[in-house]
Design a protein around this ligand. Sequence first.
Ligand code: GLU
Length: 549
Amino acid sequence: MDYKDLANLIFPEAKEINYYEEKYPERNLKEGAIVTRIAPSPTGFIHIGGLYQGLIAKKIAKQTDGVFFIRIEDTDQKRQVENGTAEIINSLNKFGLNPDEGMIDETESKGNYGPYKQSMRKEIYQSYAKYLIEQGKAYPCFCSPEEIEEIRQKQEAAKIRPGYYGVWAKCRNLSIEEMAKKIEAGEKYIIRFKSPGREDRKIKHHDLIKGNVDFPENDQDIVIIKADGLPTYHFAHAIDDHLMRTTHVIRGDEWLSSVPLHLQLFHELGFKAPKYAHIAPIMKNDNGNKRKLSKRKDPEAAVSYYVEMGIPKEAVNEYLLNIANSNFENWRRANKDASIDEFELQINKMSVSGALFDMVKLLDVGKTVISKFTAEEVYNQSLEWAENYDKDLAEILKKDKEYALKVFGIERGNKKPRKDIAKWSDVRENIEYMYDEMFNSKKQEYNYQVISDKESIEKILKLYIEKYYNENDDKQTWFDKIKELAGEMGYAKEVKEFKANPGKYKAHVGDVSTVLRVALTGRTNTPDMYEIMQILGKDRIKSRFEKGI
Ligand code: GLU
């Protein structure tokens, strides 16, 4: 009996690997084109770090006219949740991470290198496991979980490296006949890789992000096919990224230490290894301590958080590029209106240690991004958000689209557009004073500022509406009239004048404007008041003033 017979005994049905090598040929892409992927598990949850990896992987592929695909890694059946694949795909789509190939739904996929879900590739893995067994590079292991545990305890007691290797790898040295006998007797087994490595030898690896790293060779006989017939991550990674013709594996740096094993697997399988780029995790400043964004502790670790808050995908993506490449900021300054697609991401310029995530900065990016949207875009996106997270607001927006467009159009489309909205959940508080139903149903605080005595306020509001306000005034005339009103009240008509003679005036034209603004909107800060008044119209201004008094 030889290895071939053993392989046939274990996987009698498995196809020759040539079948797959031909079925999934080298991709016909232009020189230098990069093929990348993200490979999430279908847990339904995406960490912001996963989105970050996906964005980088897609960008690198797109920059070179390459291919970006999504593979679902569901070989750990315990971690599955129902509809987990569809949820992941939908979340990624929400951030524009639509793949060229791969899963597009719970069960549907597109592309010629599928299936793109590992549980559907069982026979492929088995063919390659058979191929390794045929060459004596893999073997069945009959150790029970109890025996493995026993080995671990012995190693721990003797303070030596844990694992299934060298003298500890009991089944590695069984004869072919012994193995066959056990299999025929119905003993349970898994398949292990027979590592050719030695711990006292070093390998050199060049990582696109981490640079040159030295590692001891791998000498662990890792499991490649588990008891359920499915592969482990390591084996599936080698097979899939080979057959899907991935050129660059861009993944979290928790996998960096597995590189010696992965390179060994590629080598023993006769595959060309991909290039690796290991991304440092996104960190958070927690009271001066830098730590990883944690799924358990930080709501902002989940991609769903950004959707719920209504932070537009454009802002999230822009911010993530910001932390990916430190030269992004300069690029943005020089290319204010360019799409982020035009930014050339350099993977080798990514930071070796984790970039710090700063929510304040992200929201700032959000403000700038939204300030560049047209009123129509603001309307559409905030309505879409409101339909899911603020039904009342959605109803109000839908009731009169034309009016909503006017409201969103205030101070927009000009050189210095309004920047008061960072996320769609800010929309309500920034437009409610433009809607009587929202304005009146909320208790207004009326924080009058410099001019705060009832008498003066009443006088200003009355005079303004009865004597000065005219709907047909242009902006200059409108403002001149507020100055006149200030003069009539004995305040300085110009701020300059006020400053030049501090003792002479109690207040100036700006303070009069503030009175008007507070009475009108309940706020001390709003976008352009002229435009607000134009939209509200005289009757509504009047009733606001009456309420304000
Ligand atoms: N399923 C693995 C993970 O979620 C993928 C790692 C990789 O990109 O190779 O960590």
